[in-house]
Design a binder for this molecule. Sequence first.
Ligand code: NAD
Length: 324
Amino acid sequence: MLKIGVFGTGHLGKFHLNNWKEIKNVELVGFYDPNDEIASEVMAKYQLKRFTDPAELIAQIDAADIVAPTNFHFELCQLAIRNGKHVFVEKPLANTMEEARELVKLVKESNIKLQVGHVERFNPAFLATKSLKLNPMFMEVHRLAQFNPRGTEVSVILDLMIHDIDIILSLVKSEVKNISASGVSVLTDTPDIANVRIEFNNGCVANLTSSRISMKKMRKMRLFQKDAYVGIDFLNKKTEVIRLKADKDENVFEFDIDTPKGKKTIAVANPMVPEVNAIKLELEEFRDAILNNTVPVVSEVDGFRAMEVAHQILQKIRNNTINT
Ligand SMILES: NC(=O)c1ccc[n+]([C@@H]2O[C@H](COP(=O)([O-])OP(=O)(O)OC[C@H]3O[C@@H](n4cnc5c(N)ncnc54)[C@H](O)[C@@H]3O)[C@@H](O)[C@H]2O)c1
């Protein structure tokens, strides 16, 4: 049995508690949350022991699940790693690049596994693309959310866009060549809406728009590559693939078009979207990485790379703001 402690039992922390309770081969030892009201609620609902000193909980577990606000990720991760405990930490890995760099170094010097909660990697609509050969050359990405004070301790880049940055970096096997970005702070002191263009050395271009002040929600990624268009709807859990030639999939809808090169067949397919709970799956993957001694699906290095790009974007936005 892998002994788990949860640090931070607010909105997302409670989802983690619900899932840990259903996951095999783990034992929930207790939780740490400095908010008395939230702690009382959690003790009553989950019959779980509250620890008022994070170090005491760390001493009794094998792995820490850190779901506290981002500005506390570093100190909690550091406490766990220095005590030889595995870490699952919510995205983003840390608040600053210095903190993220230090965490990568600490993990490297230790014998522990660290996974970052980039949960969209486990979104069923994204999992449905696993059997496709994705080699995007152009991407159009929208992540729009209604305003919620939760998460506003960081900019929309570190709160929302970082999900898409991580997915894009996992798909494009090339270095970032150039970034252009603009952003506006409307309701908070940091950008609430941003538009970003990332160019890669292999010619791929990704256009991203993220907003946390929208009237409507949207989480869509459209990938264009030589032989296909792939639409991934993270919100509605739907995936669409449109190709120039038919595929063997049973779900394929076909039609012909006339082109300067003659008649071509267009095939529209909706790959099977698995029915999975993304949070449960990411926590199970973390458990398995520890038990099987494998590299977690979203490692500290992945978390660091996503942060590196996010911080370059923030720097570009700052430069643009100074110049206007
Ligand atoms: N992966 C995702 O899609 C996703 C979604 C939402 C939030 N998050 C991340 O999860 C984290 C928590 O977000 P949330 O929405 O649950 O926030 P929240 O404000 O609802 O909950 C945070 C909880 O942490 C507690 N807390 C404060 N300081 C703490 C400390 N030092 N140690 C332990 N707990 C502390 C608070 O009392 C609160 O109960 C953030 O890092 C956020 O970026 C990720």
